[in-house]
Design a binder for this molecule. Structure first.
Ligand SMILES: [Zn+2]
Ligand SMILES: [Zn+2]
Length: 904
C-alpha cells in the first residue's frame, strides 16, 4: 500500500536531505533529475487496482444522505474481446463517475453485462453447427448462456486494468431472472394498460435468424441486380404491357399493375385486365400517384409481399394478403412449381422459364439497395407474421417532449433522435422468434386466440414451461398455450433505468433515485437504446429516465476509416494497456471530444505516458518540500501569488468543463497548468527556496493539480497522493477525497508573474545560447520599459532564479552604440587591390576606432596607404560595434516592450 512516507523519517535527516537536495539542484537542472526516477506504470497500476477493489473504494451506499449521481451504464455486450471503442467509451463514463465522486456525490456506477440475444445465438449456432430448431429450447438456452457467461470474468478483468471505477456491489447481467423479471413486470403493466397488442402486420423478417426485426435492426447495402423486362398479355387482345421487375419470383402474388395518373400514353390501360405470365391470373391495371413513371417501363407490378412500397399499396387497395415466401425464406405453395425453393433459386428458375416462353424480353443491370439483417446480413423479407407490438406511433409527441426535458451532451445529438422519431411509421415489434432472451409472459387460447398475461407476482416466468395464472380461457374455456416468442433485446436494455433505481424492488429507494442522473452511450444507438428507454420511461413513469445524456463517437483507425476485422485494421487495446499503462490510454480517451468520431492517435498515448511520468517526478521533487501539512503560508512572494492565482483559474475552468462533460477541454487546462506554469516555471523558480510560503504554495497547488488529474489518470495520481498527501489529508484514496476549490485570483499577481516567468525564461535561453551554465552568476541586469518599475515586486524571484547580483528596474535608459574595431573584408580586398591589399589591411588594423570615425565620409574611409591617399569604399570593410550602458558593455534581450540589459 502506501510507500514509506518520507515524512516519517526523523526530523534531522529530513532536513539534512532537503539541504542536500537543494545543493544538488543548484548544480543539476531539475529535468535531469526527473529523468533519474523511473515510473513503472504497470506495477503501480496493478497495486492500486488491487487496493481499490479490496477496500471497496467505489461502493455505492443506497442509504447515504449525500446527493446521488447515478449512471445508467451501458451493460457491456458479452462478446469477449475489448476493442478500442469500448476502452474509450467506458473511460469517458469513468471520468464523469470519478469527478462526481470527488464532488461529494454518492455515485451509482454499476458493473453490468448484457447477456442476451441473437448475436450470441448466431455465434453458438456457428460454433456447434446447429440451428435453433435442432435442440430443445432449454438445451439451446443453456449453450448460449454458457457461451456468453464464459466471457464475463475476462471482461471484468478488462474493466479493472482500464482503471474503471464500476461498483461490483450493484452488479447485474441482463439474462439473470432478477433482471428478466423487471422486463416482464413492465410488460405486464403495459399489457394491462392496453399499450400492447398482437397484430397480423407485415414485419421485417430475417429468414436466417427466423425472427422479426425492428426497423432499427435493418441495415441497407448497395448492390447491383438484374432488372427483368417481362411481357404481361392484355386480356382479349394480342398486345401486351411490359413490366420491369427485379423480383420475378413474386409474380405468383402479383395483384395489380399500377401506372402514374399523369402518364398520358398509359391512360388507355387503366381498368384493363392483364394476364400474368407462368400463372395465367387476371389482374387489373390501376392509376396511382406513387408510381415513378421514370423507373423501368413506368408500369409497376404490385405484389402482396415484396418491399415496403408494395405493402403500402396492399394496405391502400385492401388487396388480399398472399404469402409467397415463408419464414425460412422459401417459396410457398402459391409459387406453384417453385414451391420449396429458396428465394434466389426460385428467381433463377422463373427467369429460365420466362426466357423459354419468350415472355422475358431483356435484362438490364441496375443498382439496388437491399435491406439486410444487421446481425447476419441476410436480405430481409417483408412478411405477414403475427407479432406482439408496443404502441409507439401514437406516443411520438410524448417521447419528443421527454427528449426536450433531457440535457443532451452535445446538444446537436438530439436532432438524431428527433429525426428518427419523425420518420417512424410502425409500432415497435416487441416479439422475436428466438430463444436466448426474455420470454414474453403470455399464454394464448388455442380456441379463440384470447391472450392471458402473467400476473406481476408470477414474474419471472417462462410460459413455455410454467403454468398460466388461470387454467383455461376465460372467453371460451379453451386450452391456454404458452407463448414461445421472446422480447426484442432492446426491451430488456431499455428498462435499465427502472432496474437501476430499484423499481418494483424497493419503492422508497426508487423514489429517491428515479430519474437517474445520466445516460452515457454511443451515437449509433440513439434510435434504439435512447429512444426505447425514453419511450418506456414515459409509458411507465410519465417521466424522463435521466436528467442528462452524454453521447460519444466511434474510434476509427489512424487513417480515419472504420476499423473492421475484414479490413485487418483493428487495433487491440490490450497490448497498448500493457505497454503504456491505462493512464496513458485514458489520456487518449480524454482527448476525444463528445459526439464526434476520432481516429486513434498513438502519439496521444505516448503523450499520456510522458505526462504520467512527469506527474510522478514532480511528486518526487515536490513531496520533499513538506514534512507535514503546511498550515500557515507566511508571507507569499509574487511568484507564489502568481501560481496560486493561475491554479485557482485552472480549478475554475476545469470544474466548469467537467460539469458539462467537456473532458477534452478540462484535461487541456489541467495539463497545460501542470507542464508549463507549475513544472517549467514555478518549480524552476523555487528550487532554491524552503520558506513556509513556498511549502504552503507547492503543497496546495500540487495537491489540487493531481486531484484535477485524478479522474483522467487515476493510477499515477493515487500513487503520488498516497506517497505525499494521504497521511495529511486522511482520505483512504484520492478518488474519494474532496475536489479542489480555487484559493484566490489576484489579477495583478498574474500580470507580474507572467512577466517574471517570461524574463527568467528569456535569460535562461540567453545563457544557454551563450553556452553559459544555467547557474552562472550575472553581475548586473537592468529591466527597462514603461512597465518595468511595476515588476519590482518580483525582484527576489528573478534574482534567485536567474542568479543576478544586482537587478534594476527602469522606465528608460540611454544605451550607446560604440565602434570597437574596423575589420577588413579579405575576400573583396584581394581581388580588387591585388598586391596593394596587404598594405590596406595593415593600414586598417593600425586605425583606432576613434580615428576611424573621423576619417569616414559618405564615400568611404579615407586612408593613407603606402604614402598614397585613397578612399576605401564601404564594401571592403565593416565596423564592429558594442552596446554600452553608463560606459559598460552590455548585451540586450528584447521581450515585447521590455528590454533586458545584461552587463558583460
Ligand atoms: Zn439475420
Ligand atoms: Zn378462448
Amino acid at each position: 500500500m502506501p510507500h514509506t512516507p518520507f515524512q516519517t523519517l526523523p526530523q534531522v535527516s529530513s532536513d539534512f536531505f532537503r539541504f542536500l537536495l537543494i545543493t544538488f539542484f543548484y548544480i543539476i537542472p531539475i529535468n535531469c533529475l526527473f529523468k533519474m526516477s523511473q515510473y513503472d506504470s504497470i506495477s503501480v497500476e496493478r497495486r492500486w487496482q488491487k487496493m481499490w477493489k479490496e477496500e471497496e473504494i467505489y461502493r455505492f451506499d443506497p442509504d447515504s444522505d449525500k446527493p446521488a449521481y447515478s449512471i445508467d451504464n451501458p451493460p457491456r455486450y458479452t462478446s469477449g474481446s475489448l476493442h478500442l471503442g469500448h476502452a474509450t467509451g467506458y473511460s469517458l463514463i469513468d471520468f464523469a463517475a470519478r469527478y462526481k465522486r470527488m464532488k461529494g456525490y454518492n455515485v451509482f456506477f454499476p458493473l453490468c453485462f448484457d447477456v442476451n440475444g441473437t448475436p450470441i445465438e448466431v455465434k453458438v449456432e456457428k460454433k456447434h453447427n446447429i440451428t435453433k430448431l435442432d435442440l430443445p429450447r432449454e438445451e439451446y438456452r443453456k449453450l448460449c448462456s454458457e457461451y456468453a457467461n464464459g466471457f464475463i470474468d475476462e471482461m471484468t478483468h478488462h474493466f479493472e486494468i482500464l482503471g474503471e471505477s464500476m461498483d461490483p456491489s450493484i452488479y447485474y447481467q441482463t439474462d439473470a431472472p432478477y433482471y428478466r423479471r423487471i422486463t416482464q413486470m413492465s410488460f405486464v403493466e403495459l399489457f394491462n394498460r392496453g399499450l400492447v397488442y398482437k397484430g397480423d402486420f407485415p414485419v421485417n423478417w430475417c429468414p436466417r435468424c427466423m425472427t422479426a426485426l425492428a426497423d432499427a435492426e435493418v441495415d441497407h447495402k448497395d448492390n447491383t441486380t438484374k432488372l427483368n423486362f417481362v411481357k404481361f398479355a392484355i386480356a382479349g387482345s394480342d398486345s401486351h404491357v411490359m413490366i420491369a421487375t427485379t423480383r420475378p419470383e413474386l409474380i405468383c402474388t402479383c395483384k395489380v399493375v399500377a401506372v402514374h395518373p399523369d402518364d398520358k400514353e398509359k391512360q388507355h390501360l387503366v381498368g384493363k385486365d392483364l394476364i400474368t405470365p407462368v400463372y395465367g391470373r387476371r389482374i387489373k391495371v390501376i392509376a396511382d400517384p406513387k408510381v415513378d413513371p421514370g423507373y423501368g417501363t413506368g408500369n409497376v407490378m404490385i405484389c402482396t409481399i415484396g418491399d415496403k412500397d408494395d405493402l403500402e399499396w396492399v394496405m391502400k387497395y385492401h388487396l388480399e394478403m398472399e404469402k409467397g415466401i415463408d419464414e425460412t425464406g422459401k417459396m410457398t405453395e402459391i409459387a406453384g412449381k417453385y414451391a420449396g425453393m429458396p428465394v434466389k433459386e426460385a428467381r433463377e428458375a422463373i427467369i429460365r422459364d420466362l426466357k423459354e416462353t419468350g415472355a422475358l424480353v431483356r435484362q438490364e443491370e441496375v443498382p439496388q439497395q437491399v435491406s439486410v439483417c444487421w446481425r447476419c446480413s441476410m436480405p430481409v423479407e417483408y412478411l405477414q407474421v403475427p407479432q406482439w407490438f408496443l404502441k409507439t406511433i401514437e406516443l411520438k409527441e410524448q417521447v419528443l417532449g421527454k427528449a426536450d426535458e433531457i440535457k443532451w451532451y452535445p446538444e446537436f445529438m438530439k436532432i438524431r433522435l428527433q429525426d428518427w422519431i419523425n420518420s417512424l411509421e410502425w409500432d415497435w415489434v416487441l416479439s422475436r422468434q428466438r430463444i436466448f432472451a426474455t420470454p414474453i409472459p403470455v399464454w394464448e387460447c388455442d380456441g379463440c386466440g384470447e391472450a392471458v398475461c402473467a400476473t406481476e407476482e408470477q414474474c419471472y416466468v417462462d410460459p413455455t414451461s410454467d403454468t398460466p395464472p388461470v387454467d383455461k380461457c376465460r372467453k371460451c374455456g379453451g386450452k391456454l398455450i404458452g407463448c414461445t416468442d421472446v422480447f426484442d433485446t432492446w426491451m430488456d436494455s431499455s428498462g435499465s433505468s427502472l432496474y437501476n433505481t430499484f423499481w418494483k424492488r424497493d419503492e422508497d429507494l426508487h423514489k429517491k433515485f428515479f430519474p437517474m442522473s445520466m445516460r452515457p452511450q454511443s451515437h449509433d444507438i440513439i434510435r434504439t437504446w435512447a429512444f426505447y428507454s425514453i419511450l418506456r420511461s414515459g409509458q411507465i413513469k410519465q417521466s424522463r429516465p435521466w436528467d442528462d445524456i452524454m453521447i460519444h463517437g466511434f474510434i476509427m483507425a489512424p487513417d480515419g476509416t472504420p476499423m473492421h476485422s475484414s479490413v485487418g485494421n483493428v487495433i487491440d487495446p490490450i497490448p497498448i494497456l500493457e505497454n503504456y499503462g491505462a493512464d496513458a490510454l485514458r489520456y487518449f480517451a480524454a482527448s476525444c471530444s463528445l459526439g464526434t468520431d476520432h481516429a486513434f492517435r498513438e502519439q496521444d498515448v505516448t503523450r499520456g505516458k510522458k505526462l504520467s511520468n512527469k506527474i510522478f517526478n514532480i511528486g518526487q521533487f515536490v513531496g520533499r518540500f513538506f514534512d507535514g501539512k503546511p498550515v500557515a503560508a507566511g508571507e507569499l512572494r509574487e511568484s507564489d501569488r502568481w501560481i496560486i492565482s493561475r491554479y485557482s483559474q485552472t480549478v475554475k475552468a476545469a470544474t466548469g468543463y467537467l460539469d458539462v462533460y467537456q473532458f477534452d477541454r478540462a484535461l487541456k487546462e489541467v495539463e497545460g497548468f501542470i507542464w508549463h506554469d507549475l513544472a517549467d516555471n514555478y518549480i524552476e523558480m523555487v528550487k532554491a527556496r524552503s520558506d513556509p510560503a513556498v511549502r504552503y504554495t507547492l503543497y496546495n497547488v500540487f495537491l489540487g493539480s493531481i486531484k484535477m488529474m485524478a479522474p483522467f489518470m487515476p493510477h499515477v495520481t493515487e500513487d503520488v497522493y498516497q506517497e505525499h498527501f494521504a497521511a495529511f489529508e486522511g482520505a483512504k484514496s484520492i478518488h474519494i477525497s474532496d475536489w479542489p476549490a480555487p484559493i484566490f485570483v489576484d489579477e495583478e499577481a498574474i500580470g507580474i508573474g507572467n512577466s517574471i516567468t517570461e524574463i527568467t525564461s528569456a535569460i535562461r535561453a540567453w545563457k544557454s545560447e551563450k553556452k553559459m551554465p544555467l547557474n552562472a552568476e550575472l553581475s548586473k541586469v537592468e529591466i527597462i520599459g514603461e512597465g518595468a518599475p511595476a515588476l519590482e515586486k518580483g525582484a527576489p524571484d528573478i534574482i534567485e532564479t536567474s542568479k543576478i547580483k544586482e537587478l534594476i528596474f527602469l522606465k528608460k535608459a540611454e544605451l550607446k552604440e560604440e565602434v570597437t574595431a574596423i575589420k577588413p573584408i579579405h575576400s573583396k580586398l584581394g581581388p580588387a587591390f591585388k598586391g596593394q591589399a596587404k598594405s590596406i589591411v595593415l593600414a586598417l588594423s593600425a586605425l583606432s576606432p576613434k580615428d576611424a570615425l573621423k576619417m569616414m565620409t559618405k564615400d568611404g574611409l579615407e586612408l593613407e596607404v603606402d604614402g598614397e591617399k585613397i578612399t576605401l569604399a564601404q564594401e571592403f570593410w565593416e565596423t564592429q560595434k558594442r552596446l554600452t550602458l553608463d560606459g559598460k558593455a552590455v548585451e540586450t534581450i528584447q521581450l515585447g516592450n521590455t528590454l533586458i540589459v545584461v552587463e558583460i
